[in-house]
Design a protein around this ligand. Structure first.
Ligand SMILES: NC(=O)c1ccc[n+]([C@@H]2O[C@H](COP(=O)([O-])OP(=O)(O)OC[C@H]3O[C@@H](n4cnc5c(N)ncnc54)[C@H](O)[C@@H]3O)[C@@H](O)[C@H]2O)c1
Length: 326
């Protein structure tokens, strides 16, 4: 087992080097920050280039950091060539709530950044790509409970349309050009190191900050809105495990599942730790987005094919968030 993991960490790049050099685009975001730390731990700081359109002192302090716009094909190509990059993790995107406000910008960023990377892989400039999808690929006509890997997909949000299109393009590049691109459909992610970037599940992070600071939170979703969620450590494990797995015969954006809960249920668990905590509900435009998404996810395909399993339940997630934010 150890031998195979080592073999996956060490592959020849186009210049003949026996190492993986990783570029993370959008490394300063909620996922990228923790993914960069994790990958630098595995591959060494000099082999993991963090990049973002915004400066980031922490990422520059812990390794190489480059300012780059993911939509600027030439600039991304220069970085890939400069560092002889073999793998790209493309994390830059406009998330669901922001994408509803800026549809053209969301389409431009979410699609063109992906095209650039898929074309670099097609041309053999890079060997492997991680591109994150989302539960937003599903829509109001999708079965809501235990949403299967393959099912009806008719997203009705700007973000969901861009993610489903992205999945189809990844599959096309895999089938037509043999591109090694891998994806998971992240649910809402809960973490304390970085604030979320404008999604519909952001309430599940904001609630902890407000509970500790004010003892009160006004939630932008209704109390009974059930959504699939995951603690960040599990999401990072899923990402790294999928990238270290054997080269897939087929492209799949894998459903991955951990927990699902409503705003009322998470507030009740927080109240066990902060008994005076209160919550109110003032649903806004994000309610409509959430109403079109699954309530829970069937991830049996990911479990079967590459051994995926989550480790954080709701109680452990709440405890960990409160402990670290306090
Ligand atoms: N966080 C979640 O709950 C979640 C759930 C499902 C899918 N995802 C997907 O995972 C990926 C990362 O999400 P996240 O939560 O870390 O997002 P985020 O918004 O927190 O981070 C995105 C990062 O991309 C950077 N960025 C924006 N425009 C850029 C550009 N033109 N060039 C380079 N960088 C740019 C931003 O500065 C930011 O640091 C996205 O594709 C997102 O759709 C996230």
């Amino acid at each position: 087992m150890t031998f195979f993991i080592l073999l996956n960490l060490l592959t020849f790049n186009q210049y003949g080097y026996m190492t993986n050099t990783i570029l993370i685009i959008g490394a300063g975001g909620q996922i990228g920050t923790e993914l960069t730390q994790k990958l630098r731990g595995i591959y060494g700081s000099n082999n993991v280039i963090a990049s973002d359109i915004r400066d980031n002192k922490d990422l520059s302090a812990s390794g190489i950091f480059e300012l780059v716009d993911a939509t600027d094909k030439g600039a991304v190509e220069n970085i890939i060539k400069k560092y002889k990059v073999t793998e790209v993790y493309l994390m830059a995107a406009l998330l669901s709530a922001m994408a509803e406000k800026y549809p053209a910008k969301a389409w431009d960023l979410n699609m063109n950044s992906l095209f650039h990377i898929l074309n670099f892989a097609k041309e053999g400039l890079i060997k492997k790509v991680f591109w994150p999808s989302s539960i937003a690929v599903f829509g109001p006509t999708t079965p809501k409970e235990m949403t299967p890997q393959e099912t009806v997909m008719e997203p009705n949000t700007v973000y969901g349309i861009s993610k489903l299109s992205g999945e189809r393009w990844c599959d096309y590049y895999h089938q037509k050009y043999g591109v090694d691109v891998r994806s998971v459909r992240y649910p809402g992610l809960i973490s304390w190191k970085t604030l979320p970037g404008g999604g519909t599940t952001d309430y599940a992070v904001e609630i902890f900050h407000s509970a500790l600071q004010d003892g009160q939170y006004t939630c932008f979703l209704k109390e009974d809105t059930r959504l699939p969620m995951m603690y960040m450590d599990d999401a990072i494990t899923a990402t790294v495990d999928l990238m270290l797995a054997d080269k897939p015969k087929q492209y799949k954006a894998y459903n991955i599942n951990a927990i699902d809960f409503t705003p009322k249920e998470i507030s009740e668990v927080i109240q066990k730790h902060i008994p005076d905590f209160t919550i109110e509900y003032a649903p806004d435009f994000r309610q409509k987005i959430a109403d079109g998404w699954p309530a829970s996810i069937d991830d049996s395909v990911a479990q079967r094919e590459w051994g995926w399993d989550a480790t954080f339940d709701l109680e452990r997630t709440v405890e960990t968030m409160l402990k670290n934010l306090a």
